[in-house]
Design a protein around this ligand. Sequence first.
Ligand code: SF4
Ligand code: SF4
Length: 384
Amino acid sequence: MTFHVMLIPTLDCPSNCSYCWGSKKGSGMMDIEVIEYVTKWLENFKDESVHFTFHGGEPLLAGYGFYKKALPMLTQNNGYENAGFSLQSNLWLINDDMSELFHEYDVAVSTSIDGPKELNDFQRGKGYYDKTMAGYDLLTSHGVNVSFICTFTSHSIKYYEEVFDYFAKNGYNIKLHAALPSMRGDNADSWTISPKEHGDLLVKLFDKYLENLDNLSIKDFDHFCKSVFIRRGTLCTLANCLGSTFAVGYDGSIYPCYRFNGMPEYVMGNVYDTPSLEELMDTDAWRKIQDFNDFVDEDCKKCRYIKFCRGGCPYNGINSNIEHTANAVDPHCEAYKMIFKDITDKINKEFLTGSLGIPGMPTPNKSVDSTKKKASVMDLMNKL
Ligand code: SF4
Ligand code: SF4
């Protein structure tokens, strides 16, 4: 098992994406001493491997000097020598030194682009696309693996085919996001898409994905299918993330996830106090997320997808009612049901037509399958 620690050097960000729900101008900046205490906190915390993700705001605002010290510190911590690293950034501040360092530490980088330049800059701001793609070119020239997050908004959803074709044509691997409302303000509200729109989008994109399996990977569909097969969520949104994910803010505060970063009522502790798991569990912030899990156990108990959905994301569920209490599942439940149904219907159809195989084994009737334009769910499973 691997647990996940998100490190948030700052919530500040130089870009001004219209629908951003998470950044905060003028936020403080993490001192390298916080990383030193992260290693102390984790020393005897869990007997599992750890994956660190640098997130923001914009994590590259911390600068080369921060990462030059932080990456070796985090790998030299007792028991976490095999730590993995990811970074989520708009890449505007990347340079040769950072690219080399990220290559040396095998940091998996993800950036955000919402499709072709004109569409992207309409919702993320003029000049965004060119700056981010310059960063992409620099990092890939240093051998760093870069993937993309594509956010669908009330605007870009109208152009979903163009957006898909853009990523497929360029062979970029992506993760999909639906624009979300924020707990911190209402600027993002007009950009959000409804659960029904989200579900329709997922079903349509999944068909396009199966027609283009050789051209790109869409992580969400890989996880949705895998989760249906093994009947356990393999993506945080489809699993119980409490206790397997933590986020550390710039001042050392520990949160359940980066989505709660900067919200005092979700602070579980601070790395300077090196709290044990038991101490974090004995906090109001932990209990709020546990309340969500308890609500899901009751409210979703008759749902056929509960084992690999687990009520979706607690942040979305808690944020969906004005009191921010745990009395609702993730409102995108409707979208999850639509895509899970589509996947299971496809698997059942493949079973009935005899094209279902076992992952890792050659697909039966391969000679027939290879002439099909659209791949099957089993073809996707065999690819993973
Ligand atoms: S709160 Fe949501 S985004 Fe964060 S780890 Fe949990 S499921 Fe994932
Ligand atoms: S699909 Fe909806 S009802 Fe089913 S487990 Fe997920 S959130 Fe609950």
